[in-house]
Design a protein around this ligand. Structure first.
Ligand code: ADP
Ligand code: MG
Length: 340
């Protein structure tokens, strides 16, 4: 109902200089939702630094302290989709009303609203209503309000009304405590020097930090090998290399869906509409071309399709690019965007 993930709690959100302000502001908001000057509370920072985690933690804590309050977590992407659906189904007013009666509204990744004027407009009205009624709004974004693009001025100014708190790259000590906390929760023991080695080498993204530890544990248990510093070195190297290349299947889906001005949910959907099918086939084709993922893995990440569908997509894209001029242009344009 509230879409909150109870695993993302304050207890599990390790404190450090990099997140102290945002974390304390979150705690203050959770203690008195709507009753502080941090309204909206906007948490911003790069990928994998804990924005989603912290946003959930605030919601979970509020729900704990004030069970009677309605708390809703939603991604800006889903919010946009719901809004578009409501317009199609002629119940835009129901949509607005639904959001206006919420006590605590948490919208994740508001940068997604950029360029989406209709959704911005409706959110502006919902925001004003909530704010005037002393309800709490919590937002996250990958950029500070001053750096956001294609967001209407009046909405940006609302974003700045409360507090904007940045999540920065965690320092070494914080990275070590995040890893230790994770290992402790998973009941895994790991030598100190290995934890430190991983924390020293993966610096800019907590998700990757955790990912490296997870691979390390998996590698050692699959191969029945001890976790050694050599194994750690191998895995860390892979992580660092992979992130330099930066073309992930997620990124490909984002580029392709942006190019066709649809969202990722649409791209992955079961529809047979031609332009959506083509977008999906292009995403599969580029995933095959630019990543090392298997056909099966590409299929499962792009709308839960099987490997035969991906193979078919790759062939179709090959064929169409040699017979259809317009289609060839799509391939060239997207290719450029992915390789800059
Ligand atoms: P973002 O939304 O900023 O991309 P997430 O909230 O998804 O990042 O965080 C990525 C991962 O890192 C999650 O598994 C999250 O639990 C973890 N994480 C981030 N910051 C911390 C922290 N301070 N303490 C513990 N785990 C963290
Ligand atoms: Mg997030």
């Amino acid at each position: 109902e509230s879409q909150l993930n109870p695993n993302y709690s304050f207890d599990n959100f390790l404190e450090g200089d990099s997140n102290r302000l945002a974390r304390s502001a979150g705690l203050a908001v959770a203690a008195k939702p709507g009753g502080t000057s941090f309204n909206p509370l906007l948490i911003f920072g790069g990928v994998g630094l804990g924005k989603t985690h912290l946003a959930h933690a605030i919601g979970v804590d509020i729900k704990d302290k004030y069970p009677e309050k309605t708390v809703l977590y939603i991604s800006a992407e889903k919010f946009t989709q719901q809004y578009i659906d409501s317009v199609k189904k002629n119940n835009r007013n129901d949509f607005i009303h639904f959001y206006q009666i919420i006590d605590v509204l948490i919208i994740d990744d508001v940068q997604f609203l950029s360029g989406k004027t209709g959704t911005q407009d409706v959110f502006f009205h919902i925001f004003n209503h909530l704010h005037q009624n002393g309800k709490q709004v919590i937002l996250t974004s990958d950029k500070a309000p001053v750096d956001m693009q294609d967001i209407e001025q009046r909405l940006l100014s609302r974003f700045k009304w409360g507090l904007s708190a940045e999540l920065q790259n965690p320092d070494f000590e914080t990275r070590v405590s995040i890893l230790k906390n994770k290992l402790y929760r998973d009941g895994v023991e790991m030598p100190e020097d290995i934890i430190e080695y991983v924390a020293k080498n993966i610096k800019t993204n907590v998700r990757e930090l955790e990912g490296a530890i997870i691979s390390l544990i998996a590698q050692s248990s699959f191969n029945k090998k001890e976790i050694t510093i050599d194994l750690a070195r191998l895995i860390v190297e892979k992580f660092v290399k992979n992130t330099k290349r930066e073309v992930s299947i997620d990124y490909i889906q984002k580029v392709v869906s942006d190019y066709f001005q649809m969202d990722i949910d649409t791209l992955q959907s079961k529809t047979r509409k031609r332009h959506i099918v083509q977008a999906r086939q292009l995403a599969m084709f580029f995933a095959k071309k630019f990543t090392k993922a298997s056909l099966a893995s590409i299929g499962s990440q792009i709308g839960k399709r099987d490997h035969a569908t991906v193979l078919h997509a790759c062939k179709t894209v090959d064929n169409l690019s040699s017979t259809d001029k317009q289609f060839r242009k799509y391939v060239e344009d997207i290719s450029k965007k992915l390789t800059v």
